[in-house]
Design a protein around this ligand. Structure first.
Ligand code: HEC
Ligand code: HEC
Length: 372
């Protein structure tokens, strides 16, 4: 449930990522219902829903990681409750994969913090992939997708996950034929898109569903909204430490990520290491840089980091607090700190208060044409 007071005071002063010129819409989710820009007041290329979410004084100064007020949605794929519901079915449907063995959810499961519990993901046709499955929480607020940010819309990301190694549906034609042959799906695609299922509209529906995967009601959120007892004493100490030693430099704002890319030294000692963001930008300073992951639900998503190389949350916290692994491109925002065991315990205790209660929206729905 949205609590308006929680959004007026962002917990940390976030650093603003580069602004995008895409259309900005307002979406709100509450009580499981998708409320879409009701009672729109058009202003420039944006749509607001003032009765649902308070308008910032100057919308142009809006900072995407400071609050949940806005989510950018491409103008050619407007959000609707029906489209999100269709996308949700597709996201959980194993028939989407090239060999029928995987759904999107297979690697983004709610009990595992919307990941798969593996160090490195294994795709359709048992293809060994090179990176760890990241979480999906608040993914619609991101501006670049994948660990290295190589996709610049969620629609492109969805198409790539579907056709690439994850789902292995290199040729989508047989999958689309199967979907179009299912009565319920056929009717839904006609209603939502006015056409049969196509490669483009399947990706659009998947992206729309993913925009509804929102984490905003953890114990921490209740604490920020004024419920003093929502954090345990240990968690409060952990939150203090988290801010004092600069974790908020990158795990910033309500999203607990600055949506930027940093080298924190993971796997930099490996020969032939994963160059990360560098592959996309070719800028030397982006070598070994990966997108800051959110820390919402992080206690459930072991093992950690883009290569899944760290098994427990305690070790991951110790690694980050220790300032990472020295290398030429290590972020200067990461400073080494000596923490006692008790301080590490408190930090982990704080992270446990970022666990997101699972709603039906992130559990499998009934799938058309199956007994599920
Ligand atoms: C085999 C496991 C697997 C399956 C199946 C899978 N994914 Fe993923 N997903 C991953 C991995 C691994 C990555 C990170 C890849 C990278 O960064 O290079 C990822 C990344 C993502 C991201 C980007 C997250 C971010 O932080 O930027 C999104 C969104 C996503 N997947 C959605 C989907 C959708 C939609 C599907 C179904 C069409 C899907 N995934 C199927 C493993 C999987
Ligand atoms: C310079 C920015 C930066 C700072 C400061 C920072 N982090 Fe991170 N953090 C990252 C990035 C980037 C990653 C992913 C790195 C990778 O996988 O290569 C990450 C990963 C993590 C992970 C693993 C998450 C996952 O899903 O795998 C945890 C836990 C974490 N950080 C906790 C912390 C804590 C605690 C602090 C404070 C001591 C901190 N971080 C400070 C940028 C930062």
């Amino acid at each position: 449930m949205f609590n308006h007071s929680s959004r007026k005071t962002p917990p940390t002063p976030p650093t603003a990522p580069a602004r995008s010129t895409r259309t900005t819409w307002t979406v709100a989710l509450f009580a499981g219902a998708l409320v879409v820009a009701a009672g729109c007041v058009a202003k420039g290329s944006r749509v607001f829903a003032p009765e649902i979410l308070p308008l910032p004084a100057a919308a142009d100064e809006y900072d995407p990681i400071a609050s949940y007020d806005y989510m950018e949605i491409p103008a050619d794929n407007p959000i609707s409750a029906e489209k999100a519901a269709l996308g949700r079915q597709l996201y959980y449907d194993y028939r989407l994969s090239g060999d029928g063995s995987r759904s999107c959810y297979h690697c983004h499961q709610v009990d595992l913090g919307l990941t798969d519990g593996l160090p490195l993901a294994i795709g359709a046709f048992e293809k060994q992939l090179t990176r760890s499955s990241p979480t999906m929480w608040n993914i619609g607020y991101h501006q670049f997708w994948y660990w290295d940010g190589r996709a610049d819309t969620l629609e492109k990301q969805a198409a790539a996950a579907w056709k690439g190694g994850n789902m292995g549906a290199k040729d989508t034609a047989p999958v689309l034929a199967e979907i179009n042959a299912i009565k319920e799906y056929h009717a839904q695609f006609q209603e939502v898109f006015g056409s049969d299922a196509t490669e483009e509209n399947v990706s659009q529906a998947l992206a729309t569903y993913m925009r509804t995967i929102i984490s905003n009601d953890t114990a921490y959120d209740r604490y920020v909204a004024g419920e003093e007892s929502a954090l345990s004493e240990g968690a409060k100490r952990g939150w203090e430490t988290f801010q004092r030693i600069g974790c908020t430099e990158c795990h910033a704002g309500v999203l607990f990520t600055d949506l930027q890319f940093h080298n924190v030294g993971i796997a930099m000692d490996v020969e032939d290491y994963d160059v990360g963001r560098f592959k996309v930008t070719q800028r030397p300073q982006d070598r070994g840089a990966f997108k800051t992951p959110t820390l919402r639900d992080v206690t459930k998503s072991a093992p950690y980091f883009h290569d899944g190389s760290v098994a427990t949350i305690e070790e991951a916290v110790r690694y980050m607090a220790g300032g990472g692994t020295a290398n030429e491109w290590l972020s200067d925002k990461l400073k080494p700190h000596e923490l006692s065991d008790a301080e590490v315990d408190d930090l982990v205790e704080f992270l446990r208060h970022l666990e997101q209660p699972a709603t039906d929206a992130v559990r499998p729905p009934p799938i058309p044409g199956t007994d599920d």
